[in-house]
Design a protein around this ligand. Structure first.
Ligand SMILES: Cc1ncc(COP(=O)(O)O)c(C=O)c1O
Length: 435
C-alpha cells in the first residue's frame, strides 16, 4: 500500500470493521477496562500470553490504531517494521524516551547527552532543568548541527544518546541524519530525531538510519488543533549498549509495557481518535502547506524590511542541499510532475528594524494568528524570544541562536495568496512606521 492508503486505512481493515458493527471508521473505545471471558482469559491477557488491552492506562484499542498507523508511516519504504507508542504530549514522549536511555548503568557512571543548542525552547528547558539540574547529567551542546566533526568530538562511550531536531525549531537548521547515524552507530549510541517539523510525509529518519523518532503529534499530524499528543517510534534493534535486551529489541514497545504503564503518561482514546482523523490527510496537507511556505519564504527573503530568512527550501540556507536530498514529499516520484521537495511549513525571519520591527510585524498580521503553535491548518506567528524560548536566560538564548528580532511563521492551509498578502501588508506597515 502507498503512504496515503496506509494513512487512511491505518490498521483498521474489514475484520476490524466487522467486529465493530461494520463501522468503517475506528470507534472510540472510551471504556477504561476490558471484560474477560473467564479467569483463564484474564490470566493469559495479563501475562502477555494472549492479546488484550486490559486497562486504558496499559493499552486501548483506539490508541493502538493511532500507534499502528504512525509506526507504518514512519517505516514506509524502509523494509522493516517499526513500533510506536503515543503519549499525552510531545514533551512527554521526549521525556519518557530520554529517561529510559539515561537509566542507571554501573558500567557507564558519567552519562552525557549530545544535542544541538538550537532546538525547541521546551526541549532546551527539559534537558537543562530535568536532566542536567535535577539529575546531574552532562549536556554537550552542539553549536552547528551541520558540522559532523563537532558531533564526532562530543560523542564518547558515556553518551547515552544523541538528539537532533530536523529541521529545528525555530531556526530550521538541518542535520545530515545518515552521516550522523554512521557516527553514533560506530559508538553504539542511539540516534534520536525529533522529526516534528518534517513529519513522515516528508522525511522518515528511521529509514535514513536513526534509531528512534520523537514527534509532537500535536502539530501537522493533528493539524485541526483538536488534540495534543506525542509519539516515540523505534526501529527493531536500536544501537544501545543498555543491558536490557527487551529495551534494545523494541524500544517504543518497551516504553509502553514498562515506563508508560508505571507512570500513566498516556494519551486519551478520544484524543487518539482526533489525531487519527487528521493523520489520514497528512501528505496532502503537507504538500499544500509546503508549497505555500516555499512561496512565502521567497517573498519574505526579497522584502526590504527583512534582514534574513530561514527556510530549508531557500538555496542560500546552510543545509539546503541536505534538505533537497532528505525532504521529499513521499510518493511524489510516482506523480506526473516527478519528485517534489517539500521543505515544510515553518520559517523564521530577522527584521532589519530589530526588536521594534519584529513586534510591529507580528502586531500587523491579520490572517496569521499570534499564537505559540505551529503545523496547524491555521497560519500562526510568534516571536520565540518572548514566547517559546522566554524561559531561557539571555546567555542561553545566545547559545541557541534566538535573537529578539526573530519572528517565526507557520503556514497553514488558507489560500496562499491570502497568506502572502497578509505577511506583505504587515511588513509594508513596518516600513511605513520606520520611515
Ligand atoms: C520540535 C518540537 N518538539 C517537541 C515539541 C513539544 O510538543 P508538545 O507541545 O506536543 O508537548 C514542540 C512543540 O512546539 C516542538 O516544536
Amino acid at each position: 500500500m502507498r503512504f496515503d492508503t496506509l494513512a487512511v486505512r491505518g490498521g483498521y481493515g474489514e475484520p476490524s470493521a466487522l467486529a465493530n458493527e461494520g463501522a468503517i471508521c475506528e470507534p472510540a473505545y472510551l471504556s477504561p477496562a476490558q471484560h474477560f471471558a473467564s479467569s483463564e482469559h484474564m490470566r493469559q491477557a495479563l501475562s502477555g500470553e494472549a492479546d488484550g488491552w486490559i486497562y486504558t492506562r496499559i493499552d486501548n484499542p483506539t490508541v493502538r490504531q493511532l500507534e499502528t498507523t504512525i509506526a507504518a508511516l514512519e517505516a514506509y519504504g524502509g523494509g522493516f517494521t517499526a513500533t510506536a507508542t503515543v503519549f499525552s504530549s510531545g514533551m512527554a514522549a521526549l521525556f519518557m524516551a530520554a529517561t529510559a536511555l539515561v537509566a542507571d548503568d554501573p558500567a557507564r557512571p558519567k552519562p552525557n547527552i549530545v544535542l544541538p543548542a538550537a532546538c525547541y525552547g521546551g526541549s532546551f528547558m527539559l534537558f537543562r532543568e530535568r536532566f542536567q539540574q535535577d539529575r546531574g547529567i552532562e549536556l554537550r551542546w552542539i553549536q552547528d548541527s551541520l558540522d559532523l566533526g563537532e558531533w564526532e568530538r562530543a560523542i564518547d562511550g558515556n553518551t547515552r544518546f544523541a538528539l537532533c531536531e530536523v529541521p529545528c525549531n525555530p531556526l530550521l537548521r538541518m542535520t545530515d541524519i545518515p552521516a550522523l547515524a554512521r557516527i553514533t552507530s560506530a559508538h553504539d549510541v542511539p540516534l534520536m530525531v525529533d522529526a516534528t517539523l518534517s513529519s513522515p510525509a516528508v522525511m522518515r529518519p528511521l529509514v535514513l538510519g536513526a534509531d528512534i523518532v520523537v514527534h509532537s503529534v500535536s502539530k501537522s499530524m493533528s493539524a485541526s488543533g483538536l488534540s495534543i499528543a506525542g509519539a516515540v517510534v523505534s526501529r527493531p534493534g536500536i544501537c544501545c549498549p543498555h543491558p536490557r535486551q527487551e529495551m534494545r529489541a523494541d524500544f517504543a514497545g518497551f516504553l509502553k509495557r514498562g515506563p508508560q504503564r508505571d507512570t500513566g503518561v498516556i494519551l486519551s482514546p478520544f484524543n487518539a481518535l482526533q489525531s487519527l482523523a487528521d493523520l489520514r490527510s497528512l501528505r496532502s496537507r503537507m504538500q499544500i502547506m509546503g508549497r505555500s511556505a516555499q512561496r512565502l519564504a521567497e517573498v519574505l527573503a526579497a522584502h526590504p524590511a527583512v534582514a534574513e530568512t530561514y527556510y530549508p527550501g531557500l538555496p542560500g540556507m546552510p543545509g539546503h542541499e541536505i534538505a533537497r536530498r532528505d525532504m521529499v514529499l513521499v510518493d511524489s516520484e510516482m506523480e506526473p510532475g516527478g519528485q517534489e521537495n517539500c521543505f515544510g511549513y515553518l520559517m523564521s525571519v530577522r527584521m532589519r528594524g530589530g526588536i521594534p520591527a519584529a513586534r510591529a510585524f507580528l502586531d500587523g498580521l491579520q490572517i496569521f494568528w499570534r499564537a505559540n503553535d505551529l503545523g496547524r491548518i491555521k497560519s500562526t506567528a510568534t516571536i520565540p524570544s518572548i514566547s517559546t524560548h522566554s524561559q531561557l536566560s539571555e546567555a542561553e538564548k545566545k547559545l541557541g541562536g534566538i535573537p529578539g528580532d526573530l519572528v517565526r511563521l507557520s503556514v497553514g492551509c488558507e489560500h496562499e495568496d491570502d497568506i502572502i498578502a497578509d505577511a506583505v501588508q504587515a511588513l509594508d506597515r513596518v516600513r511605513k512606521v520606520a520611515a
